[in-house]
Design a protein around this ligand. Structure first.
Ligand SMILES: Nc1ncnc2c1ncn2[C@@H]1O[C@H](COP(=O)(O)OP(=O)(O)OP(=O)(O)O)[C@@H](O)[C@H]1O
Length: 350
């Protein structure tokens, strides 16, 4: 240990070792000793470089993680990635490959912890490709970050049939024995999404999805008309589920085109989830901006057969996301949400 420290820290031992080698084997010794010295000096410089980078970065937990647990010795560049609305995203290039980093200067780490748990759960199913999350933490000046696997995206929009099949494989393989919900609450857009474990799906969807959004609409916009009609739908919607076998499947939870891509092999990739265990059909709640094709649904239903009443329930699952858009972006989404509610009230005769 002492010798190693001496070798790393300085020249006396280095030159002693060189001169011993040169005395014993004059010609070869000189060549070997100069190579030996070069290698030693390189390791010393690399060691000191990493040491200085890490020591100087006590106040930059992202770089610190990349240069320690991330196993990089050098960050060669960073650049911003557009596309997200809520967080800022960067690519960190290093000698250990690229890392994908999202930061949010205002929100504590709980949002990214929810995202990381969701990504890990989906990753664990070995079905559809998702980035592996590495680290979530706080930023020294406030806010939070997440570091994850960087995925190089391919040029194509991806194979819809593969997307449908792999998504269904994820739904099929990941069931929960705790019921409907998730280990933590997370967010849908920036709206809180409550995931308290509940044994009955209709109760879960009534209270923590439609009911929660209706409460928010009422508080934010004073919209008692949509609140009251929405509550009437909730109280009367059970017949819509008649004949369907419902199980708690792992859902991405926010599956729209901005969160779907494909890698350089053309394999589908899904990103930025709002995971929970729920009825698999709820996964299609964002289908109005996902662009799923006929091939997508055909492949999906080959793995997860269509349940009786699927078409009747489709709009009920859109409703959650329309209400959320109303809450997030304002009254432009009100009429879509209201007309779904009124159509159901008419269909159910209530
Ligand atoms: N693991 C990854 N590797 C490479 N690029 C990624 C990765 N994850 C996301 N991206 C890209 O980074 C951009 C922003 O990511 P993302 O959509 O997750 O950000 P966000 O602000 O959390 O999103 P939103 O506002 O939609 O909730 C997108 O263009 C996305 O395609």
């Amino acid at each position: 240990m002492a010798a190693n420290v001496a070798l790393l820290c300085g020249s006396p031992s280095t030159s002693a070792a060189s001169s011993l080698l040169t005395r014993r084997f004059p010609a070869a010794g000189r060549r070997a000793s100069s190579r030996f010295t070069i290698i030693l000096n390189c390791s010393i410089i690399a060691g000191l470089y990493v040491y200085h980078q890490v020591a100087a970065l006590g106040d930059d937990p992202i770089k610190e993680w990349i240069l320690t647990e991330g196993k990089a010795t050098r960050i060669t560049g960073t650049r911003s990635i557009g596309g997200g609305c809520i967080n800022s995203a960067q690519r960190y290039d290093t000698d250990a490959g690229p890392f994908f980093v999202k930061t949010n200067r205002r929100i504590d780490p709980s949002m990214f912890e929810g995202e990381a748990l969701g990504l890990k759960a989906m990753y664990g199913t070995k079905s559809i490709r998702v980035p592996l999350p590495y680290k979530v933490g706080s930023l020294p000046a406030g806010g939070s970050f997440i570091i994850m696997e960087f995925i190089e995206f391919g040029r194509s929009r991806g194979d819809q049939s593969a997307l449908g099949r792999k998504l269904a494989e994820m739904h099929k393989s990941a069931k929960s024995d705790k019921g409907y919900g998730f280990y933590v609450d997370n967010t849908i857009g920036s709206t809180p999404q409550i995931n308290t474990w509940t044994s009955d799906w209709i109760e879960f969807y009534s209270k923590h999805r439609l009911g929660y959004q209706l409460e928010l609409v009422s508080r934010r916009f004073g919209d008692s008309a949509i609140y009251e009609k929405g509550q009437r739908l909730i109280k009367n919607m059970r017949p819509l589920f008649d004949g369907a076998v419902i199980e708690p499947c792992l859902l991405h939870g926010d599956l729209w085109s901005g969160n779907i891509s494909s890698d350089t092999n053309g394999d589908p990739v899904i990103l930025d989830p709002a995971c929970y265990y729920g009825h698999n059909e709820a996964e299609f709640g964002m289908s109005w901006c996902a662009g799923f094709s006929g091939d997508f649904y055909n492949s999906y239903f080959q793995v997860m057969p269509k349940q009786p009443g699927f078409e009747k329930r489709r709009d009920l699952y859109l409703l959650y996301h329309y209400l959320n858009h109303y809450n997030l972006f304002g009254s432009g989404y009100r009429s879509s949400a209201m007309s779904i509610i009124e159509d159901y009230l008419w269909m159910l005769g209530v």
